[in-house]
Write a protein that binds this ligand. Structure first.
Ligand code: ADP
Ligand code: MG
Length: 679
């Protein structure tokens, strides 16, 4: 049988069912996946000069074994192997812990290289491994993301084995003219050098080629999807403009110019027979929900059903309550479906949905589960798009028809980046806040001044306002976060008793408990709400005027901005208090910029400048695809170039039949079929 890169990893010797499962969990299904499972770093095992080494630095030293190795056992399983290494004219002690089998490899007089940690005080090295100094490939230890079920060493071995067995099947997928234009490495060499570089330069060159290839493949997918969207006829939603205008007149406020503009953009898409796939960006509080309501109303006047999907139950419920009010005097029939909808209610609801009696279904992921069947779905909207994976679009499509899709996000991703990375979407932007909003005054205090801040908080409570307090984060531990939140809420309750009531909201609570707390807060029965970050998105309580955030430097700017957006929603002046003791200059600057601007896009840009890589929170959470090699921020220019190139390729008539594009077309076909996006 001929070998192809699409062979399942199970084909490799030594990969049984258990190992295969572990690999699949890492996203490695095929040999191709394994070969593009790149190291995230290289332990530089190149031999170093002893005079250039810092204390505790990991280095490779090359010398001659100057004494018989001695093995000392202590404890039941522990042991230590010592020998001396002659480097130039000095002798250094080398110690290996718990690797007794190395005895056999060490002989007096033999040339040897040891990789380990340098102890400057003792002029000794704690060995980690013995390497063959003449093998340059081995001198760069490739380190892969491993998992509990599959070890580093196993992955290294498998990659090597896969490369050896399949190297002749690796063909170029980037079209030849582009390889020449950018002086990229042939794919076979690129893959080789990604895993087994012989120098820093080789590794950098491979990474450069791999980044371009990855971005080009991504942009090609986007372009092909975009084309297939526009080629396949979507639905032309002929809404009733008079009814729509009348509905807009019933709203308690005048739309902002920006809201009017985006409503028009979306309505044009609705009317057109093309399939709409649009991203609506707007800062927190810019009024995206009402835009959603208006365009859903439009679709409903044309006889279609609409769905609004939110990332959390709290948000879904809030939307349901709001929209029930907004649509109170209309024939729109609003329903809510979440994970906690009771079986009996769910059954009735699904029957009504299938019969077309419900025009607007609001909910969580429950909306795209099996068994949820729509009569004639015309428009789907996802709120806080960044919380979902990218493929819910495909899931909605499987619900039948070709519903138009609108995704809303408050994540302030810089525009260039959004347009490039959401390559397949059109973008609308609300760049204006409703009139009369008071800017939120932000202050930053050190933790030893937090008590003063509480005095201020009390003043606000006395004035009849409500307050959010976000609790400190504890490293990666939800349990500890909850404990922390509980302790803080008790302290605050003691502090403010008996005048004010403190409530607590955290991620471990049952949906109905959360809902009860939120309802009490909205109704003013609770004046101060302590919360982990579950309140982050979308919650809307106009009477809340203070957002106090502990450990503020632990959050990304985008997230702080989201949290701050919970206040300043009504006519009252609002405040954000950041409590933080940043440990470095960058942390200080991040706190300062928060006090200086409330513009989400300025903040996003600043976050980029300060952190300058894929670390930017907003981007990681934005639902953007994650790349294996390329960094959409640091390598933004490459991403843009790849977009232009992909665009040019697809614009060529019969591009997929050109000889130079054969491999590319073939590759894409496999990709798109795999994600189920080609119907
Ligand atoms: P977001 O864009 O963050 O989702 P929302 O849609 O929740 O913002 O709107 C924030 C608040 O502003 C809501 O209480 C909403 O009723 C109100 N609002 C929306 N548009 C306007 C407007 N044009 N004028 C006044 N208030 C508005
Ligand atoms: Mg919102």
């Amino acid at each position: 049988m001929t070998k192809t890169l699409t062979d399942p990893v199970g084909e490799l010797a030594g990969v049984g069912p258990a190992r295969q499962k572990a690999l699949v969990e890492l996203g490695i299904n095929t040999v191709a996946d394994l070969l593009t499972y790149y190291p995230f770093r290289y332990d530089d095992l190149q031999v170093k000069d002893i005079n250039e080494i810092a204390d505790q630095e990991k280095v490779t030293l090359k010398g001659t074994v100057a004494s018989e190795p001695v093995l000392v056992r202590f404890g039941r399983k522990k042991n230590r192997l010592n020998f001396r290494l002659l480097i130039d004219h000095d002798v250094y002690m080398v110690t290996f812990f718990n690797q007794p089998y190395l005895m056999k490899q060490i002989e007096t007089g033999q040339a040897l290289a040891v990789y380990g940690k340098w102890d400057a005080k003792r002029s000794s090295i704690t060995g980690m491994k013995i390497i063959n100094p003449n093998n340059a490939e081995e001198a760069f230890g490739s380190i892969y993301p491993a998992s509990k079920s599959i070890k580093q060493g196993t992955i290294q071995k498998l990659v090597k084995q896969a490369y050896e067995a399949y190297q002749d099947s690796i063909v170029d997928v980037v079209p030849e003219p582009l390889i020449a234009k950018y002086r990229l490495l042939p794919r076979q060499q690129m893959i080789h050098d990604m895993h087994f570089p012989i120098s820093q330069e080789a590794s950098a060159a491979a990474r450069r080629s791999a980044t371009y290839e990855e971005f080009l493949m991504f942009q090609m997918q986007m372009q092909v999807l975009k084309r297939s969207d526009h080629d396949t006829d979507g639905i032309a939603i002929h809404y009733d403009n008079e009814r729509l205008k009348a509905f807009i007149k019933t709203l308690p406020f005048e739309l902002t110019h920006a809201q009017k503009r985006v409503v028009n953009e979306i309505c044009l898409d609705l009317k057109s027979p093309k399939h709409m796939n649009r991203l609506l960006q707007g800062d927190v509080g810019s009024g995206k929900t009402i835009v959603a309501a208006i365009v859903m109303y439009a679709a409903i006047t044309a006889g279609y059903q609409t769905a609004l999907m939110a990332p959390t139950e709290i948000l879904a419920e809030q939307h349901a309550n709001n929209l029930a009010r907004v649509f109170a005097d209309t024939p729109v029939n609003v329903a809510l479906l979440t994970g906690s909808t009771k079986p009996a209610a769910r059954k009735t609801l699904l029957a009504a949905l299938a019969a077309g009696e419900i025009n607007l279904l609001i909910g969580t992921h429950a909306l795209i589960q099996d068994g949820v069947d729509y009569a004639n779905l015309g428009l789907v909207i996802t709120d806080e798009q960044h919380r979902f994976g990218v493929n819910q679009r495909a899931a909605f499509r499987q619900k039948g028809g070709q519903p138009d899709a609108l995704a809303m996000t408050a994540t302030p991703i810089p525009r260039t980046l959004a347009i490039t990375a959401y390559g397949e979407m059109d973008v609308s932007e609300i760049d204006e806040l409703p009139a009369g909003r008071q800017p939120i005054q932000t202050t930053w205090v050190r933790s030893n001044q937090a008590d003063n801040a509480l005095v201020f908080v009390r003043k606000q409570l006395v004035a009849g306002s409500q307050v959010y307090v976000v609790t400190p984060l504890i490293e990666e531990s939800e349990t500890l976060d909850v404990k922390n939140a509980e302790a803080l809420s008790e302290n605050l309750q003691t502090y403010f008793a008996p005048d004010y009531t403190v409530g607590l909201l955290h991620g471990r609570m049952k949906p109905e408990e959360k809902e009860a707390v939120m309802a009490d807060f909205k109704a003013g029965k609770i004046q101060l709400l302590v919360s982990t970050t579950v309140i982050e998105v979308g919650v809307d309580v106009k009477n809340a005027t203070v957002m106090m955030i502990y450990d503020a430097d632990r959050f990304g700017l985008a997230q702080l901005h989201q949290l701050r957006g919970r206040v300043g929603r009504g006519q009252k002046a609002s405040y954000c208090i950041l409590v933080a003791d940043p440990k470095n200059q960058q942390g200080i600057e991040r706190m300062q910029i928060m006090t200086e601007t409330t513009n989400g896009f300025v903040l996003a840009q600043k976050d980029l400048e300060l952190r300058g890589s894929g670390e930017v929170l907003g981007v990681k959470q934005s639902g953007m695809p994650s790349f294996k090699v390329g960094d959409p921020i640091a390598d933004l220019n490459v991403l843009q170039v790849a977009q232009q190139d992909a665009h040019a390729i697809v614009a060529t008539p019969k591009w997929d039949q050109q000889p130079e594009n054969q491999a590319l077309a073939h590759y894409l076909k496999g990709k798109l079929a795999a994600v189920g996006t080609l119907d």
